[in-house]
Design a binder for this molecule. Sequence first.
Ligand code: ADP
Length: 514
Amino acid sequence: MLVLAPTPRDGQLCHDILAGAGVSCVLCAELKDLCAHLREGAAGVLLSEEAFAREEAPCLRNWLQEQPTWSDLPILLLTRAGENSPAALRALDLLGNVVLLERPLGKSTLVSVARSSLRERKRQYQTRSHLEMLKQARQEAEEATRAKSEFLANMSHEIRTPMTIFLGALEHLEQIDRNPEHQKLLQMADKSARHLRELIDDILDFSRIEAGHVEICPGPFEVRAWIEDIVSMFRSLAREKNLRMTSRVEDEVPAIIEADVLRLKQILTNLLGNAIKFTVEGEINVTMKAAEGQWELVVADTGIGIPAEKQHLLFQSFSQVNSTFQRDYGGTGLGLAISKNLAELMGGRITVRSREGEGSVFTLILPLTVPNVPGSEASAGPAASPDDEPSCRILLAEDDPMIRELFTMQLRRRGWHVEVAGSGEEAFEMWILRPFDVILMDLQMPGMDGLEATRQIRAREMEGDEPVRIVGVTAHARQKVIEECLKEGMDEILTKPVKSQELEETILKCLQKE
Ligand code: ADP
């Protein structure tokens, strides 16, 4: 207990009484000393109103105001006229946890008030210890989750590599072995392997999100062509179940908007997959709307619906709410958790409305960003694609958003499918995940550059992956650079600035190269 009494004699008296009751005291001559001692930790303060009035106690007030949330230092204020004293009133106002003690003060009152303050202070210190323990436990738990997620991400990646080879080998066998019995077995193995790969992909994605390894890379894309591309992927599945499938983009939606098209696709694919999976009859409608700086992607089905009391589980990881269906269809229960996280990383959210037995409506809501390129404000139909044009999947690896935007528009105008990567690493990962016909590879990108990405892709192809055409894009027209690119396995080199005709001709040349 820090003591600042009216006179040295009073101070000594208080000290003796408290020390006799087992309370250790430090006698202070002025408020300044008392404040200095406070920094070393104190259970309470016994203070005379004269000292407080004399020095206005700014140091004490500051100290009290800066206390951590768990701390509320007890102050026993010795007054001459109880609560009528102006200094006492001001102290009550300014100092917080104050107990007024009117002088002259009986010994036992002093001891009992001091002990009760000490007990209170002890409880405050206990709270502090609990808070520290909780904080540490939380840090440890977060660290453990991060380590687990990192481990899972690495593991899943390791598993994907042999899976890719496994799938490739099965596919090859299916093509060369025409024995009907073998074909049947191979198809079974192929179906299971693909299913396993989907599970691994989900786990990989989820752990990457948990470990904070997912980056959102927005880029411009043509909304109508994009949505039609994805919906058409699901049409045959819907047809197999006799489900009608429609897609509609409302007029207000701009022709080109900006978003991470890969992540969007992942979300829409999940919502559409679920809609088909959990619908027995009726239809699935995909609608895109835009209003007030937002755009919405709505997937509505006439399926089994989700009971109201289970809807809160939907976006939690590993939760499945239709156990009967689950037995038939499997699934990890991760799809919606991944979609929700991705939507949030993109600054949006997913909502659901559903009635058991009547169907569900999932809505992805995202902020609307329109790129500053001509033609994006007007709505327009899907990009025209000449009938005789060979279909083509292009991966555009380019870190400059403007060039990305320009190339994407030029290529999509031809009706070619374009996906974008912002770095060499990303391009490499995307190429591992799905096949592309051509990669347009910028040479200078942050992190893994275009040459290194090409080296890695070519090295992987030696292990059996399908070869891909790589077109290097460089601002250095020097022969030495071009030679190096060709040596590392690039098929063609384009030098910036690239004319649109030149770009298209180079892609066509690659497609004919087979
Ligand atoms: P899963 O891989 O199991 O499909 P999801 O996270 O995508 O994982 O979905 C979680 C659960 O939510 C599903 O197992 C299903 O029970 C329910 N669900 C999702 N979409 C629908 C839907 N359109 N209709 C009915 N139930 C759905």
